[in-house]
Design a protein around this ligand. Structure first.
Ligand code: TYM
Length: 330
């Protein structure tokens, strides 16, 4: 089992990233060989502030370690330190089809109305993602629901390359999408996913929020006036209520139904303080570790450098195989 996944180093880690991906990355460290990386090459496909990017790579590395990624057991690095990602992405650009990329919903969302002005990188983004996982022969890729389509494209690229060049080079990666936390929604709008790019900070819980702001964000989270139902079917048509119950369930590792068994009939006046307390208690150790790690940027750099050396060595045979299969001489 080879587990590979990445996260963009843009701003803060939020609860959606944590429950959708990082919490499961941490658990998976016991199940197989893991590579986790900061997708800094993906981050430059939209407006990029170089000084911020430099800081964010370290900050995100610190956040992952604070959440429980152990850089001795897992290979932790940033993409830019492993040139094989960019190289393989270019090689795969010959295999990926424009028609496939045209179907990517994330590109449609991120490029907005003015598609002509979007960067070529934003369009080709899923090909780099395919390279990220195919380079290491990933068998499993733990992600949130929103990345599923990109991983299907990675599988299509792998299959077409293997077939076109009659090789058994790439392993088909399996997306691993958890039930709880796969799609954490905004606290202000139950129909939009919790996201770093939402202009309202009240829409998300950031991992470095202090206890007061977590409590305030939950208190002000949008809800409806009804009490909680006694079964999950009763949450239909109530996206905000469903989201808060799902967050509670994901944090405690239980099913939504089990949470409803405890809170059925109670209003948000009772449920919200319980959720806020649970969040504060869950985030506290992470935040404390984060503060310690941030004080030591040199150590973070050296962890990432060491991770990138290990990743480069692991990816080398596959990259060589791709050059070879294409008839490229090096
Ligand atoms: P990114 O940086 O947007 O998000 C990192 C991870 O968090 C998950 N996620 C969520 N899960 C549940 N609810 C949410 N509201 C939520 N928001 C984000 C994402 O699904 C993701 O798992 N393109 C990727 C990074 C990437 C990658 C890869 C991932 C680059 N190369 C290769 C896997 C394999 C991205 O932008 O994720």
């Amino acid at each position: 089992m080879r587990i590979v996944s990445g996260i963009q180093p843009t701003g803060n880690l939020h609860l959606g990233n944590y429950l959708g991906a990082i919490k499961r990355w941490v658990e998976m460290q016991d199940e197989g060989e893991c590579l986790f990386f900061l997708a800094d090459l993906h981050a430059i496909t939209v407006h990029n502030n170089p000084a911020e990017l430099r800081d964010n790579v370290r900050a995100m590395a610190a956040a992952l370690i604070a959440c429980g990624i152990d850089p001795d057991r897992s290979i932790l690095f940033n993409q830019a330190r492993v040139p094989a990602h960019a190289e393989l992405a270019w090689l795969l650009n010959g295999t990926a089809r424009i028609g496939w990329l045209n179907r990517m919903t994330q590109f449609k969302e991120k490029s907005g109305k003015n598609r002509e002005a979007a960067s070529v990188g934003l369009f080709a983004y899923p090909v780099l993602m395919a390279a990220d996982v195919l380079l290491y022969q990933a068998t499993h890729v733990p992600v949130g629901e929103d990345q599923k389509q990109h991983l299907e494209l990675a599988r299509d690229v792998a299959t077409k390359f293997n077939t076109d060049f009659d090789v058994e080079l790439f392993t088909l990666p399996e997306p691993l999408i958890g039930k709880a936390g796969a799609r954490v929604m905004s606290l202000r709008d139950g129909s939009a996913k919790m996201s770093k790019s939402d202009p309202s900070d009240m829409s998300r819980v950031n991992l470095n929020d202090d206890s007061d702001s977590i409590a305030q964000k939950i208190r002000k989270a949008k809800t409806d006036p009804e009490p909680l139902p006694d079964s999950v079917e009763g949450l239909e048509g109530r996206p905000e209520a469903r989201n808060l119950v799902a967050i509670y369930a994901a944090l405690t590792g239980r099913e939504a139904q089990a949470v409803l068994d405890d809170f059925a009939g109670q209003g948000f006046g009772a449920f919200k303080p319980a959720l806020a307390e649970l969040l504060i208690e869950s985030m506290r150790p992470i935040k404390n570790r984060l503060d310690e790690l941030k004080a030591n940027p040199d150590e973070l750099d050296s962890i990432l450098r060491r991770g990138s050396e290990r990743a480069t060595a692991l990816g080398a045979p596959t990259l060589a195989g791709a050059y070879e299969a294409l008839g490229l001489q090096r």
